[in-house]
Design a protein around this ligand. Structure first.
Ligand SMILES: Cc1cc2nc3c(=O)[nH]c(=O)nc-3n(C[C@H](O)[C@H](O)[C@H](O)COP(=O)(O)OP(=O)(O)OC[C@H]3O[C@@H](n4cnc5c(N)ncnc54)[C@H](O)[C@@H]3O)c2cc1C
Length: 416
């Protein structure tokens, strides 16, 4: 049911209850694990997508998509720290954390959240912030994806949209080990204004490619110097280099397009079905683990199977928030590694099983060095103890908040 007001959401919840249907909230519909889909009632907040700015606060309808949010804020010279995919929903992204190119400088999207409006399972509408229903406000910031109620509005502290230098460097596969070793010492400890991801892609019949890409929030000259330090540390020249000064808005568009090109899929992944696993790492991977990880990416890969190792730098402002200050607990990591595999639509069961076998093996190969923590916005339906993996030491407190605001368990269980 498409909902344009809080009242519509209350009615949808009441109808689902009356007919004994399961109900899930949907904003952008981009959940990797399909948790915004159900055979019961989908409460779709897409019609609530206004973006209003006053006094440095952006109040955004829960159905807004990131591209539209950036576009509206850019007219005021403002932005919020959040992800790149223009079709991703502001609600799902924020309620599960929200990483992006301003994250090392300003923190997660949920760290900039000032207030939210939520429709609870009993139909009540609650405004929550640091002073009102503060337990719910705490829980929403990292564990709010569909578990406590349907969020209809989110208010954020807006920040000035900075000038940017967007960059993309690429190396051949046989230099992957050197680049990974250098990147993991360099990217997480660089100035907070640098967001440099490392993505190794293996697709089609070609050899895998090693990409370092992202943005520096400052001048092109400084970006060149910083990236030069990575190249020196890796001891290998890239086969291609692009560093371009642009506005922040242009940088977001450039990176969204680049992301699609590198993955070889459209933003909705029409060209295949993907499986992914992620984990945070609090220290660099040892040399042998790096060697094994990058060798495994290319080993015995059928041409129809695409594989990715996607490293996101952490630390900076992400880690300047205490682990218990919000529900999002991953505040001591150096980087996040997401591994994924994609098979063609309609691939036979054997191909799917082989792809998932690669993913499980590659994840297990580096898991001994991982924190055990998993990013809630990259959900993994196969986790043995998802609540602990997503919420670590905050899990027990979250269960108490869940019991307080959704005592009948009408909405999705934590971590499921
Ligand atoms: C192409 C692509 C790019 C991405 N880029 C980034 C990135 O740069 N940074 C990052 O951090 N993540 C990124 N992600 C992951 C993204 O944050 C998650 O997939 C997120 O859950 C998507 O939110 P959504 O609103 O689009 O999805 P949905 O599927 O609508 O929702 C996701 C979850 O949130 C719940 N939910 C949705 N709306 C509400 C609501 N109003 N109230 C309560 N619960 C709600 C749903 O029930 C579901 O459990 C990306 C994903 C994709 C597919």
């Amino acid at each position: 049911m498409f909902c344009a007001t809080d009242g519509d959401v209350s009615e949808a919840i009441s109808a689902a209850r009356r007919f004994g249907l399961a109900a899930v909230a949907r904003s952008g519909g981009h959940c990797f694990a399909g948790t915004s889909s159900t055979a019961g009632m989908v409460i779709d907040v897409t019609p609530m997508r206004s973006v209003e700015v006053a006094g440095g606060v952006a109040t955004i309808g829960a159905g807004a998509r990131l591209g539209a949010v950036y576009e509206a804020l850019d007219e005021e010279g403002l932005t919020i720290p959040a992800g790149c995919g223009p079709d991703v929903g502001i609600a799902g992204l924020t309620l599960g954390g929200g990483l992006g190119i301003l994250g090392r400088r300003y923190g997660l999207t949920c760290d900039g959240l000032l207030a939210a409006r939520v429709v609870l399972a009993d139909g009540r509408v609650i405004e929550c912030d640091g002073d009102h229903a503060s337990d719910l406000f705490w829980a929403l910031r990292g564990a709010g994806t569909g578990t406590f109620g349907v969020v209809t509005s989110l208010s954020f502290r807006a920040v000035t949209a900075p000038a940017a230098a967007a960059f993309h460097l690429a190396w051949p596969y046989d230099h992957a080990g050197r680049v990974v070793r250098a990147w993991q010492e360099w990217a997480p400890t660089a100035p907070d204004e640098l967001a440099a991801s490392l993505l190794i892609t293996a697709k089609g019949t070609g050899a895998p490619v090693v990409n370092v890409f992202g943005a520096w929030h400052g001048g092109e000259g400084d970006a060149q110097e910083l990236l030069g330090a990575l190249v020196t540390a890796a001891g290998t020249d890239p086969m291609s280099v692009s560093i371009q000064a642009m506005t922040y808005r242009q940088a977001k568009c450039y990176l969204a397009e680049l992301g699609d090109q590198m993955a070889g899929t459209g933003e909705r992944g029409e060209e295949g079905h993907s499986f992914g696993k992620s984990e945070f790492f609090c220290g660099p991977l040892p040399d042998d683990a790096v060697t094994g990880l990058v060798a495994g990416l290319g080993r015995d890969r059928p041409a129809g199977q695409a594989r990715e190792l996607d490293f996101t730098p952490w630390d900076g402002a992400y880690n300047r928030v205490a682990a218990g200050a919000t529900a999002f607990p991953h505040r001591d990591a150096l980087f996040l590694l997401k591994q994924s595999v994609t098979v063609s639509p309609g691939a036979p069961a054997g191909e799917v099983a082989a792809a998932r076998g690669w993913l499980d093996g590659s994840w297990a190969a580096v898991h001994p060095w991982g924190s055990g923590g998993v990013y809630p916005n990259f959900p993994d339906p196969d986790l043995e103890d998802p609540g602990r993996a997503y919420y670590l030491g905050n899990y027990d407190r979250l269960r108490e908040v869940k019991a307080r605001y959704d005592p009948g368990g009408f909405f999705r269980d934590l971590g499921r």
